[in-house]
Design a protein around this ligand. Structure first.
Ligand SMILES: NC(=O)c1ccc[n+]([C@@H]2O[C@H](COP(=O)([O-])OP(=O)(O)OC[C@H]3O[C@@H](n4cnc5c(N)ncnc54)[C@H](OP(=O)(O)O)[C@@H]3O)[C@@H](O)[C@H]2O)c1
Length: 338
């Protein structure tokens, strides 16, 4: 049963959506691709005609996958309801509708049953939240989560294509600056004003993603709390986060400390992780952002029991922010709609 599909936005996430639709052989009748300006783009050797977005071309779309920017002038706020009026189901990657009561916020491995409740729009969670709930969902289901504390190490592509590119440009600028230098006197500060982030990201780490609220938490950290409550269906879980941007292109890493409600041994938690959908549990060894790039699964390693606190554990979790953290999750929701 073929569906007419529209992809809105061809930045870091939009391109990945096009790639994944093809890789997973999504049954597409007609495909429309929109962005702010028209051009032809190439993805994995295939050319796509990108149209400048215009309401006149929204007819006949069954599923609209949004990967535009957020906010008032963002694609979803401006155009999602127009697609819905014309009969499409919208799957949105942005933050604009995620917490609205009548909008399911879905990670299929954890709460696919919510999809059926949609009223035309389904939201994809934030990348940081998606991989955390894939790892914590089975633990919550088996033992109940009392609390978790998450520290993220987030890739630059999480802030879009231009941001990822700026990491490369900063590195190149530093290489040029230090061409004739020996290692006794390296100048690791770029001369130019950083383009994509508040501070230089090359050879650095920035402990702020999004604006800082009155309580000191950033918007990214607040997303982790609110979105995991909604997806896990339990507002009583005590959640807090510190989100950090690091000089990685793709794939976020997370250190998560969690305490279960029911008593659980290390072996119990291991068993839940081994049986989990969309997750690869590495009992021995490590998982790396570089290696998870381009992969669909969420990788979990370094499970440890806190020797001082009952039912408390640590894990390390890595996933491709553009795939499972965005595009793949959106396409999986579209597959569920089929
Ligand atoms: N990057 C991630 O890891 C990640 C993870 C989860 C969720 N998200 C969310 O996914 C969305 C896309 O992120 P991204 O990283 O792919 O951003 P991006 O690289 O900056 O790309 C944004 C794309 O949206 C298009 N666009 C922007 N405003 C538009 C409008 N009003 N109408 C039509 N098209 C418009 C742009 O068009 P032009 O190319 O013509 O300028 C561009 O192609 C964002 O909401 C982001 O928060 C991203």
């Amino acid at each position: 049963m073929k569906k007419n599909v529209a992809v809105i936005g061809v930045g870091a996430v939009g391109v990945e959506i096009l790639r994944i639709l093809k890789q997973r052989k999504f049954p597409i009748g007609n495909l429309k691709v929109f962005a702010r300006s028209s051009r032809i783009i190439e993805v994995d050797g295939d050319q796509y005609q990108v149209q400048a977005i215009s309401e006149e071309n929204f007819d006949g779309v069954d599923i609209a996958l949004f990967a535009g920017t957020e906010g008032e002038k963002g694609a979803s706020v401006l155009y999602a309801h127009k697609f819905i009026e014309k009969g499409a189901v919208v799957i949105d990657n942005g933050n604009d509708f995620r917490l609205k009561e009548d909008v399911p916020l879905v990670v299929p491995e954890v709460n696919r049953s919510q999809i059926a409740k949609h009223k035309g729009l389904i939201s994809n969670p934030n990348c940081t939240t998606i991989q955390a709930v894939v790892a914590l969902g089975p633990i919550h289901q088996n033992f109940g989560l009392n609390s978790f504390i998450l520290t993220s190490f987030q890739a630059t592509s999480g802030a879009g294509k231009q941001a990822a590119k700026s990491l490369w440009e900063e590195f190149l600028s530093l290489v040029n600056q230090n061409k004739n230098n020996d290692f006794d006197n390296l100048d690791l500060f770029i001369k130019e004003k950083p383009v994509a982030f508040s501070n230089q990201i090359a050879f650095n780490a920035i402990a702020q993603i999004g604006g800082i609220g009155e309580d000191g938490f950033t918007s990214e950290e607040v997303k982790v709390v609110n979105e995991s409550h909604k997806i896990l269906g339990d507002d009583s879980i005590r959640v807090s986060a510190t989100c950090v941007r690091v000089p990685v292109f793709t794939s976020h890493s997370e250190s998560i400390y969690f305490i279960t409600k029911k008593s659980a041994t290390l072996e119990d938690v291991e068993k839940a992780l081994k049986e989990a959908e969309g997750l690869v549990y590495l009992k021995d060894g490590l998982c790396f952002p570089l290696e998870s790039q381009g992969k669909d699964d969420v990788y979990v390693a370094r499970l440890r029991k806190d020797p001082f606190v009952e039912n408390a554990f640590w894990l390390w979790c890595v996933a491709d922010n553009l795939r499972k953290g965005a595009a793949l999750n959106a396409v999986q929701i579209a597959e569920e709609l089929l």
